[in-house]
Design a protein around this ligand. Structure first.
Ligand SMILES: [Zn+2]
Ligand SMILES: [Zn+2]
Length: 363
């Protein structure tokens, strides 16, 4: 008789329901898959976004392997216009997962030509073309040498270009739309900042940074309807970046923890790994320690600091504290250690700063 207590009946129903779901898990998953694709393909991916300036990390990593971080890539949304700053390995895939369709990319801006910042350029150019029937190549802005980078990737993808047209036909993949058009600009040390893109309410300014021996190496400032942000690219502490960042809403800065890289270095020395011990020594000179970036953000009066290009990999969130060190005592605004998918939005007509993650909460 005790078996038929209400609590036991509810428990039995729950178990039966769970068993039913488990037995039909393939059909349930297929139904959910259809719903997700309908949502992803059936609406403007930016329809829910307020008018504003947003940053989304399609890659928060560096050349060091990190299974949770793609190579360096920062997407910028100005209103519903999509731009990409650097395009590391794996970042194009992240963009699709974040519902930032490569086909909607209006222009690409490169900070410099280290492999981790350009490794995904061929894939993004191909996906933008083949995924959206693009009629024209994507503009790619960068310092002198950007033409060599763009044309090199186009040469490497030339055969695939032919395969796609032969397979899908020129209506779906217009032959004229493939690849990129380089837009070189000359911004070097000793020269003033330069507006490299201006259209309607959006202005993009490039300024030189400190990444010797890499030249050119620039950062970018975006201004849109009274909201503003700066993206550092790779740099040691830079006075030009600090000046360009005066009063911006958001500074997206690279960061290298000398303590944590020191752990890598000590292990390499202990094991006689000469190449790794040399690299973990050399990289300290042309990146910025988080506490130094925090000091720059504080002096420049920025409102929020977002770290990207995180070195070394942080496989556990518990490492974020050691990565930041004393940064939170130095910079008095909010600090975030960026992860793939993180989005920060700055709605126009307000001082609001919104945080979401487009990778882990599908929208
Ligand atoms: Zn880099
Ligand atoms: Zn670099």
């Amino acid at each position: 008789m005790r078996l038929f207590r209400p609590r036991n009946i509810v428990l039995a129903l729950v178990l039966a329901g769970g068993l039913g779901l488990w037995l039909n898990r393939g059909a349930v998953a297929s139904h959910m898959m259809g719903r997700i694709y309908e949502r992803a393909l059936g609406k403007d991916p930016f329809a829910d976004m307020p008018d504003g300036l947003s940053v989304a990390l399609c890659g928060s990593g560096s050349p060091m392997p990190d299974p949770t971080r793609a190579g360096p890539c920062t997407a910028v949304l100005a209103g519903h216009r999509l731009f990409v700053i650097d395009i590391g390995d794996g970042a194009t895939r992240n963009m699709s997962l974040m519902n930032l369709p490569p086909a909607k990319v209006e222009a690409i801006f490169l900070t410099h030509f280290h492999s981790d910042h350009i490794g995904g350029l061929g894939e993004l150019m191909l996906q933008r073309w083949a995924g959206g029937s693009s009629q024209a190549p994507v503009p790619v802005y960068g310092g002198p040498g950007v033409d060599q980078v763009v044309n090199g990737f186009m040469t490497a993808y030339d055969q695939d270009h032919g395969y796609r047209i032969a397979h899908h036909g020129p209506v779906i993949v217009p032959p004229t739309g493939f690849g990129g058009i380089p837009h070189p600009f000359d911004v070097r040390k000793g020269q003033p900042d330069r507006v490299v893109f201006q259209d309607k309410d959006l202005k993009v300014t490039a300024f030189p940074v400190e990444h010797q021996p890499v030249e050119p190496a620039v950062g970018y400032r975006f201004d849109y309807k009274g909201r503003s942000l700066v993206i550092s690219g790779d740099t040691a502490p830079s006075s030009r970046l600090e000046t360009a960042s005066k009063g911006v809403d958001l500074l997206v800065h690279e960061g290298l923890s000398p303590r944590l890289v020191g752990i890598q270095h000590a292990a390499a020395v202990k094991n006689g790994a000469k190449t790794i011990s040399a690299i973990t020594h050399d990289i300290l000179s042309y990146h910025t320690f988080p506490e130094d970036a925090a000091a720059i953000a504080q002096r420049a009066g920025v409102r929020q600091l977002l770290f990207t290009h995180v070195i070394p990999p942080l496989p556990m969130r518990a490492l974020e504290g050691p990565f930041l060190g004393r940064s939170r005592q130095i910079f008095h605004g909010p600090i975030q250690v960026g992860r793939d998918g993180d989005m920060i939005s700055l709605p126009v007509g307000s001082t609001e700063i919104r945080h979401t993650n487009r990778l882990h909460t599908f929208k």
